[in-house]
Design a protein around this ligand. Structure first.
Ligand code: HEC
Length: 136
């Protein structure tokens, strides 16, 4: 009889635990995500700029295969350009309009950028826009 109640007790404990766990799992089903701070967005954007290979053609200060980030941002700020729209193929180039140069970047827009999410593009744009605020 004593063994019986111990077993019942254990079973109850188990089911309680399971209940708790399943409650937690369903809480996680709809994750709440707060806005990332500007610092976090900058760091993430910086990382994506390397991971997505932008860095191979865009140096911070020097023109490489493509114009430098500073040159791009000077013109985008001047002309109130929209980087995300450009990366999505929805806005024309305004920095270097030489057709051979445009073709290089256009190949990215038609290629690997198609699988970069809007959110990632936005973060990359924020990084480019605020790059001066990072100590580089
Ligand atoms: C293979 C080299 C290459 C890679 C990789 C590359 N770019 Fe470019 N990019 C260029 C060249 C060349 C230009 C100049 C032509 C132009 O301005 O459209 C350019 C231009 C740009 C411009 C200015 C467009 C304008 O308005 O004229 C932006 C913004 C830009 N790139 C962002 C990026 C981002 C973000 C990435 C990574 C996701 C990236 N690029 C990856 C070569 C590259």
């Amino acid at each position: 009889m004593q063994l019986f109640s111990i077993i019942i007790g254990l079973l109850l404990m188990c089911s309680c635990n399971r209940d708790n766990k399943s409650k937690k799992a369903s809480d996680n089903a709809v994750p709440e995500r707060g806005e990332l701070s500007i610092e976090s967005q900058l760091l993430l954007g910086n990382r994506l700029f390397s991971e997505k290979t932008c860095i191979t053609c865009h140096d911070l200060n020097k023109n490489n295969i493509g114009p430098s980030i500073r040159e791009i941002m000077t013109i985008y700020k001047e002309k109130n350009g929209d980087i995300t729209a450009f990366l999505k193929g929805q806005a024309k180039p305004i920095v270097d309009t030489t057709s051979s140069q445009v073709a290089i970047m256009q190949a990215n827009i038609d290629g690997f950028l198609k699988i970069v999410s809007d959110e990632e593009m936005k973060t990359i744009a924020i990084y480019m826009l605020h790059v001066d605020e990072l100590n580089q």
